[in-house]
Design a binder for this molecule. Sequence first.
Ligand SMILES: O=C(O)CCC(=O)C(=O)O
Ligand SMILES: [Fe+2]
Length: 206
Amino acid sequence: MAPNPPSPQEFPTPCGKVLMDYSKDVMKLGFSLLELLSEGLGLNGSYLKDYMDCCHISYSCNYYPPCPQPELTMGTIQHTDVCFVTVLVQDDIGGLQVLHQNHWVDVPPTPGSLVVNIGDFLQLLSNDKCISVEHRAISNKVGSRMSVACFFSESPWQSSKLYGLITELLSEDNPPKYRSTTVKDHTSYLHNRGLDGTSAFSRYKI
Ligand SMILES: O=C(O)CCC(=O)C(=O)O
Ligand SMILES: [Fe+2]
């Protein structure tokens, strides 16, 4: 959706306008979140947005049909998001779960609310101050479910910038836990590896 949104003809007719309108608002929200997260990390408010080579926004629009035997399958398997931040809107069916202290915890839908996830790159940049949450979506037999995840990242195809611990956060007490990587390298590693449910971070551990 950004920086180069598709042309209106490329969208399915019912959702083109609504996605474009939503994009404008969710971008404002995403940039405010990046500002707050920068401040939370003790950095200048514009730090994270400026640090990203080019803010790339993509969507994953998920449709989960009802399933007669949900215990035999999975909606979206365990993973972390390959981005800085994700803003997710879900309908009222439910199914999203996060891994907390080795237990799967439901993230029940709250009308009018959005879910914000930290992604892999923010964990890498912040040296684990922000944690890229393991999550999944389970299937259900109640009815079909939809969710739209908006990822704030950088285009894996357009940038070869190396992302690692933010230098301002580096100190004797806070040495880098991970080696730097590019969005392209991390994305292609995950695509080749597939969704096997293991953490991607062990690969970068120093
Ligand atoms: O459907 C959901 O609630 C989660 C979707 C998700 O994790 C994703 O698209 O990355
Ligand atoms: Fe996700």
